[in-house]
Design a binder for this molecule. Structure first.
Ligand SMILES: [Ca+2]
Ligand SMILES: [Ca+2]
Length: 461
């Protein structure tokens, strides 16, 4: 595009005046017209300067196709997301119908050249500085749709320089299922969780924050109840990073939530001592995940915060595969889908359906106990006890190897056996305690919430 100097622009303005607008007769009308055109003129000049200062404006293409691939939607609720990181890039363009059904209000054609800081600065005017708390934003060229309903952050949706947690969390989801559609919510409130719970297309909500030390105080349980019990979705919630039992924990403890602890996957496979006891399952505690303040760096980090979204990704992968196998082109579990997470048909045209409770059961029986003989006493882990291991890691550990077991069980090709009766009894007692404790819930939203010391559940090594 050629640059325009002042003289050129004046010529254009003259030409417009002469060719399009008949000269008004009254001087006052002429003055008004001149004023209007000055405004247009300066807007034009301003636009030219803006265009010149941005390095390479991104051309945002639309995907108007009504077809797409099978998919699954995961909603991490966290600090923010580094949409500039290579980890979240894709050549795919989300189809318009998907964006519309997820309530997208704006698309940001973000910059993919330069340092993180250069990209952020280049996109401030067209993206970051105009996003409001009511926007749902599609970041073109990435797998991310994001929203920031709570506000109270310097930069909406983006992981601010002092944060970083949400970027790693979302990285863990995509490591387990690279094809997941991410509906990212920035925030730590009941409202933030509801922003995902109320999206019909969202399948799985993953939260990695809660009261420090699993204090028995109200948290996000009213919102996760809505997501799971009312909207038929799945909620994965991080147990605390202390050995305190997960039962009374508002993030991991409610009977409708899948509470997740950590084990040393790729290490000695034992229980991470500093992660919640008696959860539903345990998953990978230490992972290498994307940085929030550069465009291609990674760091090793540990916590239930990352074991939890990894599990959400594993379940998302299963959903995607079952939808593919049974010709289900949708997502979520809305009333139009009969409340089913998978609503399809078998090859002989009989219907195939799966509920959130069926998926949770398959996850539970796919879990397993690593042998304590691999315990490395110098590793900082706790050996998985041959007696009542359920009080340490619940149903057991879950990793990528569980995916095949879960799919074959759910599609009926190779049903798993039920777990030994001592495990079932132990976890039945767990569920009963949770139902007794949380039976009084949900409490009124907002009650005492401002006093609760929330913290992201993670630990940097
Ligand atoms: Ca932010
Ligand atoms: Ca690991």
């Amino acid at each position: 595009m050629p640059r325009h100097g002042m003289a050129d622009a004046s010529d254009v303005l003259d030409a417009v005046l002469l060719e399009v607008i008949p000269m008004p007769r009254k001087p006052i009308a002429f003055g008004l017209t001149a004023l209007i055109f000055s405004v247009i003129f300066f807007a034009y000049i301003a636009h030219e300067f803006t265009a010149d200062s941005s390095s390479s404006p991104v051309i945002v293409e639309q995907n108007t196709s009504t077809d797409w691939r099978h998919y699954s939607v995961v909603a991490p609720i966290d600090t923010g997301i580094n949409v500039y990181h290579d980890h979240f890039r894709t050549d795919e363009i989300y189809p318009n119908w998907l964006l519309e059904q997820l309530g997208v209000t704006m698309t940001c054609g973000i910059t993919f050249e330069g340092s993180w800081q250069e990209r952020y600065e280049a996109d401030r005017e067209t993206c970051w500085d105009v996003i409001t708390t009511s926007d749902i934003v599609y970041f073109y060229g990435t797998k991310i749709i994001g929203t920031s309903p709570d506000g109270g952050t310097n930069i909406h949706i983006l992981d601010d320089p002092e944060d970083g947690h949400g970027t790693a969390v979302t990285g863990a989801v995509l490591d387990a299922n690279p094809d997941a559609v991410i509906f990212f919510v920035e925030g730590f409130s009941t409202e933030a969780v509801l922003a995902a719970a109320n999206q019909p297309l969202v399948d799985i909500i993953s939260t990695s924050f809660g009261a420090i030390g699993s204090l028995p105080v109200p948290g996000i349980e009213t919102a996760t109840y809505e997501a799971v019990v009312v909207q038929n979705k799945i909620h994965t919630g991080a147990a605390d990073n202390t050995p305190s039992p997960a039962i009374q924990d508002a993030t991991a403890g409610p009977p409708w939530s899948i509470g997740i602890s950590g084990y040393a996957e790729e290490g000695d496979d034992q229980k991470e001592t500093m992660s919640g006891s008696y959860p539903d399952i345990a998953a990978d505690w230490t992972q290498v995940l994307p940085n929030h303040d550069d465009t291609d760096g990674y760091h090793e980090t540990s916590g239930t915060s990352f074991a939890t979204p990894r599990t959400a990704g594993i379940l998302s992968f299963v959903l995607h595969q079952l939808r593919d196998e049974f010709g289900d082109w949708g997502s979520g579990a809305s009333a139009e889908r009969g409340g089913y997470l998978v609503n399809g048909a078998t090859s002989d045209e009989s219907s195939f359906t799966m509920r959130n409770s069926e998926m949770r059961h398959a996850l539970n029986i796919s879990a397993w106990y690593p042998t304590f003989t691999t315990w490395d006493p110098t590793s900082g882990t706790m050996p998985i006890s041959p007696v009542a291991p359920c009080t340490q890691v619940g149903w057991g550990v879950v990793n990528i190897s569980n995916i095949d077991l879960i799919i074959k069980h759910l599609n009926g090709s190779e049903p798993m056996d039920n777990r030994p009766s001592d495990v079932v009894l132990c976890m039945d007692a767990n569920q009963q305690m949770r139902e007794a404790y949380w039976g009084i819930y949900p409490t009124t939203v907002g009650e005492t919430q401002s006093y609760v010391p929330y913290a992201a559940i993670f630990r940097e090594d």
